[in-house]
Write a protein that binds this ligand. Structure first.
Ligand SMILES: *Cc1c(COP(=O)(O)O)cnc(C)c1O
Length: 366
């Protein structure tokens, strides 16, 4: 008689995925939206009209150019590096995912230093990479002794060193720029890759791009989402040694970068001086906002980015966040992240938006 084999149906996701919380920031309908570090100004009208022209030239029935050569060439020229040192993807988050697909995975470790961008450890976990965490000092900077401790802990736990170390400079959500000595110290002590996430690079006076020539294990990740006013476009890139870039291509889906994005990114780079002007305006507003916040009963963390981290004195951050929402101002409540009890993060907006935020915050603290 024929024997029937019972096959267990696959009804759930991978066990570790089932336990994960998705990444999410609440979007609430408000007048003043200062919670996701977007640019407050759109790109220049001239960019938009020229983009419309360029879109008419696309062969929409054909697959896009697979290696995005023109866009990558424009980025390479922008930074003074070679074409084979540049790789693009759909937002810098996808860049990070590609790096971890190629260099992370089962049995490998990624090091992060909290508090930092939550997606670094989230993407590591999604790709099956284990996470080892260190902590920043009380000024939210990384101490090399702490880096050594994390590497040692990783070795004791697993017999190997981190395959990837995440730095974020300026760091989200603290705004702090990591000193060059720290970045070079980490690069020299690492046997694996060191990713410097520079999503806010143009707001800061220095970039780790200057260290690329001297360090083969350095990857600098940038995005069009913040300084270029193109969060809707979903475009990011990484600059690194050509061998690393080759490895990223191996884990890339065919035609991953659509033709619209390739054209728009290349065109955006022609508007660099307009971008720098916007960055200058935001930095001026940041200086003004820090000055005003310091007059209030708050601890204000110095920032090299387009946002400011502040702590309410003995404060109920959740309550203050809700009171701001009640006044139609949305900031980021990061008070449940490691070591950030009592803290909120505000994105620099237009000067009108910043005034509305300040007025609301003064009301809430009164
Ligand atoms: C905003 C941000 C990004 C941007 O991600 P995209 O996918 O390019 O929009 C990356 N890293 C950090 C630290 C950020 O804050």
């Amino acid at each position: 008689m024929e024997q029937r084999i019972e096959i267990e149906p696959i009804i759930g996701p991978r066990a570790d995925v089932a336990l994960m919380a998705g990444y999410y920031s609440p979007q609430i309908e408000v007048d003043v939206r200062l919670n996701t570090n977007e640019a407050p100004e759109p790109p220049p009208p001239d960019f938009l009209s020229r983009l419309q022209e360029r879109l008419t030239e696309i062969d929409f029935n054909r697959y896009p150019e697979r290696e995005a050569n023109q866009l990558r060439q424009a980025i390479a020229k922008h930074h003074g590096v070679a074409l084979n040192q540049v790789y693009c993807a759909n937002g810098s988050n996808e860049i990070l995912q590609s790096i971890l697909l190629a260099y992370g995975g089962d049995g490998r470790f990624a090091a992060v230093f909290e508090p930092t961008y939550a997606l670094h450890s989230h993407i590591a976990q999604v790709t099956g990479t284990s996470v080892v965490s260190g902590v920043r000092n009380s000024d939210f900077l990384i101490e090399l002794t702490e880096f050594d401790r994390v590497v040692h802990e990783c070795e004791v736990q697993s017999g190997s060193r981190p395959a990837v170390t995440f730095l974020c400079s300026p760091n989200n959500p603290t705004g702090r720029l990591e000193p060059f000595e720290t970045i070079t110290g980490v690069l020299e002590r690492s046997s694996g890759l060191v990713i410097v996430d520079e999503a806010y690079g143009q707001f800061a006076p220095r970039s780790a791009i200057d260290l690329l020539a001297a360090h083969r294990n350095l990857l600098v990740v940038r995005t069009f989402s913040k300084t270029w006013s193109l969060a809707a476009l979903r475009l990011g890139y990484v600059i690194a040694d050509s061998e690393i870039i080759d490895a990223l291509w191996r884990v890339t889906l065919p035609y991953h970068l659509d033709a619209i994005k390739q054209v728009a990114g290349e065109l955006a780079l022609e508007f660099e001086s307009e971008m720098n002007d916007r960055v200058e305006r935001i930095v001026a507003e940041r200086v003004r906002l820090v000055g005003e916040l310091k007059k209030l009963p708050l601890r204000v963390i110095p920032s090299d980015a387009n946002f400011i981290l502040f702590q309410l004195n003995g404060g109920d951050a959740k309550g203050a966040w809700q009171s701001l929402v009640d006044r139609s101002v949305l900031v980021r409540d990061i008070s449940s992240l490691p070591r950030l009890a009592g803290f909120l993060r505000v994105t620099i907006g237009t000067s009108e938006e910043n005034d509305l935020f300040l007025q609301a915050l003064r009301d809430v603290l009164a």
